[in-house]
Design a protein around this ligand. Structure first.
Ligand code: FAD
Length: 409
């Protein structure tokens, strides 16, 4: 991967093409909200339309193979596409699609040809939205301890149980879900993954009221939910990766979730914050103060380091390089630097930064949301403690055998 600040001639041409296309498909009615809970159904639909337009060109999931609706783009061009989406305050995908973003690369590794042909194109073309359903009231960090069962009955699995902290506002078409298929089986050998259509009878979705839910790049998810399954009959051919082989499948899913492929979406609030610090109000800018200037530079460096880790992982995965602890390293870094950046923002600009007053009016509460989000962001996709545990195992520290990174691609 080329880290040059200037694009090559070829990359420059692609950037122009991407920018022109994105400008063409993004309507003037697109609004940005600091807290994704405030995203209306109409604004969500605008993001879905943008997703479908990108998907038609293979640009919604640009790293995925063309035959499944992806773009097969180079690592550099994928990074350019992310850049250009970030420029207009959106992520790729431009809506919450965690089950697609993490399920699709997992199905690519573990699905049969039939699964790939059936599940991947609708995700890559933006025709469906997919949630990821892992956590339960008694099983977050200890994912192997889940209790939701899926018991085979003829051509179906009958699903019963509860997931929590999952999904988003405005529903989903399907959920990429880990379940117990052998309740009496040995731990780690009793699990499977099902793609569950969300319109099946027996599914109830109940919103949860959390401090924040993630607003990364304008594609934020809104609310999180508890999902209840009451005798839900799921077609048996929706089981991906083999019955009771779900822990192996989970290792791939979790590798993606922990950041093994990098996550190139930027946190818009950081750019917004720095821009406001540079603006003069009554002849004075926050950045005029030398102490503030020093802290702003530190804050910027923090965010750049995280971005570089993401880019490195993106490149490692795109070029199929051997990997070990890098996914968890990026995740840990991202979570801790988010907290640190949040604290720095208040130190630099004072508590007014958390309001919509005066010079902070244009960012419309984005920094206040950043504070809340940087706290809750410590949890999803494995907590900071768990990321440390994984890194230690992969570095061969501790009593256990040195752990290998999971399969990607
Ligand atoms: C905003 C948000 C979005 C989320 N989105 C989703 C989603 O889309 N889908 C989904 O399935 N889940 C989602 N989750 C759930 C998330 O995955 C869990 O919160 C996370 O895995 C932690 O599990 P837990 O909350 O049950 O905490 P616990 O596992 O109970 O952990 C409690 C504390 O103990 C520590 N701990 C636990 N085990 C160990 C250990 N072995 N070593 C050291 N320390 C340990 C943890 O670090 C934590 O500090 C989301 C959560 C949040 C907050």
């Amino acid at each position: 991967m080329n880290f040059a600040i200037e694009d090559s001639a070829e990359q420059g041409t692609f950037r122009k093409e991407a920018r022109a296309f994105i400008e063409e498909i993004v309507p003037s009615t697109l609004e940005h909200m600091a807290d994704p809970v405030d995203m209306s159904y109409e604004q969500y639909q605008i993001r879905r339309d943008i997703g479908r337009a990108l998907g038609e060109r293979g640009w919604l999931y640009p790293s995925m193979p063309k035959e499944y609706g992806g773009g097969d783009l180079s690592a550099e061009n994928v990074a350019i596409l992310h850049d250009e989406m970030t420029r207009i305050g959106l992520a790729l995908p431009p809506y919450y699609d965690a089950g697609g973003r993490m399920g699709a690369p997992t199905i690519l590794v573990w699905g049969t040809d039939e699964h790939k042909k059936r599940f991947l194109p609708p995700i890559c073309k933006g025709l469906v939205r997919t949630w990821q359903l892992l956590s339960e009231p008694g099983a977050g960090s200890d994912l192997a301890g889940i209790k939701t069962t899926a018991i085979r009955d003829g051509n179906h699995y009958v699903v019963n149980g509860q997931k929590m902290y999952v999904g988003s506002s405005h529903g989903a078409d399907q959920s990429w879900t880990i379940v117990v298929t052998d309740p009496k089986g040995e731990r780690h050998k009793n699990l499977s993954w099902l793609m569950i259509p969300m319109d099946l009878p027996g599914i109830t979705v109940t919103p949860m009221d959390l401090l924040a839910t993630g607003g990364e790049g304008g594609s934020g998810c809104g609310v999180k939910n508890a999902v209840f399954f009451d005798n839900v009959r799921v077609p048996a051919d929706n089981l991906v990766g083999g019955e009771n082989n779900g822990w192996k499948v989970a290792t791939t899913h979790l590798e993606v979730e922990h950041g093994g492929m990098g996550r190139l979406a930027d946190r818009r609030a950081i750019t917004d914050f720095i821009n406001v610090c540079k603006e003069k109000h009554d002849g004075w800018a926050i950045a005029d103060d030398p102490d503030a200037r020093e802290e702003i530079v530190n804050l910027y460096i923090e965010s750049e380091i995280t971005k570089l880790f993401a880019l490195r992982n993106h490149w490692l995965s795109h070029t199929n390089q051997p990997r070990s602890y890098e996914g968890s390293q990026y995740s840990l870094r991202r979570k801790l630097s988010g907290l640190d950046i949040g604290e720095k923002m208040v130190r630099i600009a004072g508590p007014l930064v958390l309001t919509k007053d005066k010079r902070w009016a244009p960012v419309n509460g984005a920094i206040e949301y950043f504070q809340r989000d940087s706290i809750t962001a410590l949890h999803p996709g494995a907590t900071t403690d768990i990321q440390r545990v994984i890194m230690a195992r992969r570095l061969g520290i501790g009593g256990r055998e040195k752990e290998k990174a999971a399969n990607l691609r």
